[in-house]
Design a protein around this ligand. Structure first.
Ligand code: IDP
Length: 152
């Protein structure tokens, strides 16, 4: 069963001109894009998106950070995409993330870590519903599907 995840290029990723690089990594991996929008995050959306962190010392800063400039929100799709995309993003803090990962290659910060990706099927469903209307998502069949997945 194909799985979907929410990926957001955060304000530092956009400002540093890394949106294309991040898209490129997911595209070359063979993930399928199902939706995208360049937008500003409202405080209401930010608070809901990060509600699991409410009460933590960094919560308010986190809300300010995600609202501090435009972001590129995307839905990507592939079997097992949540685990794969988390590996590709790397550990939460840039200075801990392994080289070869997005955060490991481009961030040495704690909180400014360039990219968000859902961490479970449940949070992906919740987050995609929060950020996108169903009509903004596209179902399509890439021409190279067979070459990407091989025989089942
Ligand atoms: P994740 O983005 O790797 O899933 P989470 O633990 O869900 O990490 O945290 C959400 C975001 O909150 C992180 O991406 C990071 O920007 C920020 N964050 C998490 N922990 C801290 C912290 O201890 N200090 C400052 N920012 C943090």
């Amino acid at each position: 069963m194909s799985e979907r995840t929410l990926i957001v290029v955060k304000p530092d990723g956009v400002q540093r001109g890394l949106a294309g690089e991040i898209i490129s990594r997911f595209e070359r991996k063979g993930f399928k894009l199902a939706g995208s929008k360049f937008m500003r995050v409202s405080e209401e959306l930010a608070r809901k998106h990060y509600q699991v962190h409410e009460g933590k010392y960094f919560y308010d800063r986190l809300v300010r950070y995600i609202c501090s400039g435009p972001v590129l929100a995307m839905v990507w799709e592939a079997e097992g995409i949540i685990a794969m995309s988390r590996k590709m993003m790397g550990a939460t803090f840039g200075y801990d993330a392994e080289p070869g990962t997005i955060r490991g290659d481009y961030s040495c910060s704690k909180g400014n870590n360039l990219v968000h990706g859902s961490d479970s099927v449940e949070s992906a469903e919740f987050e995609i519903g929060l950020w996108f209307d169903e009509g903004e998502l596209v179902s399509w069949e890439p021409a190279n599907e067979h070459w990407l997945r091989g025989e089942k």
